[in-house]
Each structure stands twice: as structure tokens, then as C-alpha cells.
Write a protein that binds this ligand. Structure first.
Ligand code: BV8
Ligand code: ZN
Length: 254
């Protein structure tokens, strides 16, 4: 089936649904100019693998390098901002009850206006104390690469980015919220993830194994593409606004 006919089928499935769980990954923010982890990192970071930077060990060994990487990513996010895919997901709230569980740390889905976003891997705009967990939310702005590394006002320990690194537990409330939604929703929209990082990938697998209709938006095939109800092989910024247009056209009332 072509992407257009898949969008037709997915539009009808969404029109017949009342409660939608969105599971999103880095591909949703790719069109904001934020490289996904799968793509080779650009420029200065080309020689590093994210797995080698997004770990407690990397931070302990070289906090300057890890902070430089997060500051580089903060600048990309501040520059790129919300894209049509993020805005379309927010617009779906006109037609359905929408809960979003995102692997992305960029904060862009909330910035696009979505009201119920669980950040499974934390948020890049939060500094968190490596000792007492005190948190400080940074303004969304280009980072100052030359700024001193931050220390905790409360206990003096080093601050770290408020994200979940490899080998770290996910925030229990975010994960439990997503798991609970899998029981309640009648449709799941999987956007821009290669389903390779657990336990977030397990949510997608549970969706595919469950009773809800599953729609996947990803220009590439993934490990679940053959098992979902509709795989729209298109980018998020094209497919998601088209889905919203279909729902608007079908006059799907909430
Ligand atoms: C945990 C935040 C256990 C940081 C991220 C050894 C020890 C411990 C754990 C493990 C271990 N070995 C394996 C594990 C499990 C590990 C894991 O899954 N590893 C993988 C590599 C196998 N998981 C963990 O470590 C997790 N914690 O298991 O704890 C534990 C138990 C008890 C006690 C203590 C601990 C924590 C995982 C979270 C890691 N943090 N992010 C940061 O961002 O800096 S993960 C990070 O990579 C992202 O958040 C995302 O989730 C993940 C994948 O990123 P990408 O590949 O870039 O994105 P994605 O996969 O979404 O792929 C992009 C997709 O988009 C592609 O399919 C592409 O086709 C598509 N696309 C591209 N363009 C577009 C598009 N789609 C639509 N439109 C487009 N335009
Ligand atoms: Zn502290």
C-alpha cells in the first residue's frame, strides 16, 4: 500500500478511536535539525557514539566533555524548535484524548502544546544534582559553551543533565503512566523510533501484542513494521499533519 492509502486507513482508525497513546522517539525531532542517535553525529561529535557519552561513567570520567555535548544539543534544540510533526500531535487533541510517552529529552512536544507528556528519558533543560537530586530548569536558549560547569546551590556537588543515561532506571511514574495507558487506549501511534532502547521499546512491543490499533510513522521499516496495523513510510512532518487533515475532514468529533 502507498503512504497515501496508509494515511487514509490510519485516519479512519483514528476517527473510530477515543483514546490515543503516542510513543515517540528521536525521529520525530529529526526535522527540527536534531540528529537522531542512529545517525552519525555531525561535526565535533562525529567521533563519539552517544552510548559513550550518555552514561554515568562518561560523566564521571570527563564531565567537561559530557556537558559540552549536552550544551551543543541544547543549542540545536533552541535553534530548531517545534516542527510540524510536534504541532500535529498537539492538534490531535482536537479529536481524541491523547497521552504521549516520549523517549525524547528535548521538551519540544510540550512546547508544541501537548498537555499530557511523559518524558521516559528525562529532560535536557533540567540540571540535576549528582548527589542530592536538587533540580534547576534552564531557560530554552542557546547554551554558553564557555560557562563554568554548574554545581549544586544546596550541597555543592556537581550538577548533571536531568536525563536518563544508559544503565540508569527510568522515572517510575513516567514508565508506569505509559504502561497504564497501554491498557486504556484504543489506538497507539508509534512515531520516529527504531525500537532499540529498552524498556521504551518494550512499550511498543506490548502495544503490538495488545488489542489497540497500532499505527507506525517512520520512513524506514523497523522491527515492528510488519506487525503494526498501518506502517506509514513517511516522515513525521509530512504524515502527521496529513493524519490531522484526514480527521478534520472526517469531522471526527471528540
Ligand atoms: C535500563 C536520554 C536498567 C539521554 C536515552 C547494560 C546495562 C544496563 C542496561 C542495559 C545494558 N545493556 C542494554 C541495556 C538496556 C539499555 C538499552 O536498551 N540499550 C540498548 C542500546 C540495547 N537501556 C538502558 O540502559 C535504560 N535503562 O535499562 O536500566 C537498570 C535496571 C536496574 C537498575 C539500574 C538500571 C536507559 C535507556 C535510556 C538511555 N537514554 N536518552 C540522552 O538523550 O542523551 S536513549 C536515546 O537513544 C533516546 O532517548 C532514544 O530512546 C534512544 C534511541 O535513539 P535514536 O536511535 O536516535 O532514536 P530512535 O531509536 O528513536 O531512532 C530514530 C528513528 O527515527 C529511526 O527508526 C529512523 O528511521 C526514524 N526517523 C528518522 N527521521 C525521521 C524518522 N521518523 C519519522 N520522521 C522522520 N523525519
Ligand atoms: Zn546537591
Amino acid at each position: 500500500m502507498t503512504a497515501t492509502s496508509m494515511i487514509e486507513a490510519a485516519g479512519r482508525a483514528l476517527a473510530d478511536s477515543r483514546r490515543l497513546l503516542v510513543l515517540s522517539g528521536a525521529g520525530l525531532s529529526a526535522e527540527s535539525g536534531i540528529p537522531t542517535f542512529r545517525e552519525a553525529q555531525t561535526g565535533l561529535w562525529a567521533k563519539f557514539s552517544p552510548q559513550d557519552l550518555a552514561t554515568p561513567e562518561a560523566f564521571a570520567a570527563n564531565p567537561e566533555r559530557v556537558w559540552a555535548w549536552y550544551r551543543w544539543r541544547r543549542s540545536l534544540i533552541a535553534r530548531g524548535g517545534v516542527n510540524p510533526g510536534h504541532r500535529a500531535i498537539a492538534a490531535l487533541e482536537r479529536h481524541l484524548d491523547v497521552v504521549i510517552a516520549t523517549q525524547n529529552v528535548d521538551g519540544l512536544q510540550s512546547a508544541a502544546g501537548s498537555h499530557d507528556v511523559s518524558e521516559l528519558h528525562g529532560n535536557i533543560w533540567i540540571d540535576r544534582c549528582s548527589a542530592c537530586d536538587a533540580e534547576h530548569r534552564q531557560p530554552v536558549a542557546e547554551a554558553d559553551d564557555d560557562a563554568e560547569l554548574p554545581y549544586c546551590d544546596a550541597c555543592g556537588a556537581r550538577m548533571r543533565p536531568g536525563v536518563v543515561w544508559f544503565g540508569e532506571m527510568l522515572p517510575v511514574n513516567a514508565l508506569e503512566r505509559a504502561q497504564a495507558e497501554l491498557e486504556r487506549c484504543d489506538c497507539v501511534l508509534v512515531v520516529g523510533t527504531s525500537n532499540q532502547v529498552y524498556p521504551a521499546a518494550a512499550l511498543v512491543e506490548m502495544a503490538v501484542a495488545g488489542p489497540a490499533t497500532v499505527i507506525e510513522v517512520n520512513p524506514q521499516a523497523t522491527s515492528v513494521s510488519a506487525a503494526v496495523d498501518a506502517h506509514i513510510a513517511e516522515t513525521a512532518s509530512k504524515a502527521l499533519p496529513a493524519l490531522v487533515d484526514r480527521l478534520d475532514g472526517l469531522g471526527a468529533a471528540r
